[in-house]
Write a protein that binds this ligand. Sequence first.
Ligand code: FES
Ligand SMILES: [Fe+2]
Length: 393
Amino acid sequence: MNQSEQQRILKTLNEHLANDTTADAGGIMRAPMSDFTCSKLFEQERDFFFRSVPLCMGLSSELPEPNTYWSDTSTGIPILMVRDADGRFQAYANVCRHRGSQVVPEGRGEKDRFSCPFHAWTYKNDGTLLTINKSHHFVNASTLDLPLIALPSAELHGSLWVRPTQGSPIDEDECLCGLEDDLLHWNLANHSYAGTQIIDARMNWKLVVDSFGEIYHLTVLHADTLASEVLGNVQTFDRFDTNLRMVFANPKFNLVRMLMPNSTTWPYKQITTTVYFLYPNVIMLVDAFGVDFIRILPLEDSPSKSRTIHTWYIEPKMQKRFEQNNMTYEDRLARFRDFVEKEDYTIGADIQVNAECGIQKEIVLGRNEPSLQHFHNVHRAGMGREQLQTMDI
Ligand code: FES
Ligand SMILES: [Fe+2]
């Protein structure tokens, strides 16, 4: 995101605040409530979005050094991600070529080889099968050409992408859709891993995406929590093919616009939160403290349950400030969990129940909810479904 783009966004937010307006989708849109409950749609979603499409798994500091690894099963496919001895990011199906056991347990760590817990076949972090335990008993050879199955993977400007099943290589344009400048600007690769937490909810995974996709609800649902940190119902909206970017203002924005007439000197990062939706299931928030990276996944193969994996990466300059002020990373994670779990996901679980009882057929996405309109339509495009139309009302 270059200077002139930041200026354009600040100017737009300033106009919205001065005129009591916000980003306008140009009309309202109706979406079927059965999208949150339909098991046939859910199976198609799982096979496409969580098997075929490249997924953004996290930022580069998940694998901070050569010979580090990260084993993840949250997509439903066991994925082993490594940074090899040369610092290259690689991903494999975490499935032993012998009898199919998971080779590396869930978690992160430092290792350059992995021994399967079943019969101790050992793989190197470039995927090759190094040794077969008691190979002279097993086969008439010291080893076999049975490497871990490589999955398409790419490290793109500080972000880690994996296609969870074998397929074509990852295409940067397909993943970032024009957000390259933004990712470069934020220096994502320099942000340090600060912690991860899991929040399970009884609501469809798309309802979770929706809950992060607008701030119309901010001054109502989060009146006693988040509303003191972000200004409600004021945002910009820009689409980048399947991805999107929205920018929110925080209370300092109002102070700055009153005290500093020259908007070119406004400190963008101190007065805004920049939010990205990275197709198909990631919300990424960038603010002065760092990056909140939110992966949203179905849980237990059910359209009614979801798992949110929230990882926080701290901005390099903020680490010292945290230490000086005796703030802990755990406190910051807990604060996020608190309002998301008690507020957003409590409402979301109610919506799920209401969708399941089928009494109401549709929801309405407002002019001031452009990100939700965008998400529902890129989701539909992925499923080969007809686009929902906006109605100029
Ligand atoms: S299944 Fe892995 S060594 Fe046998
Ligand atoms: Fe919320």
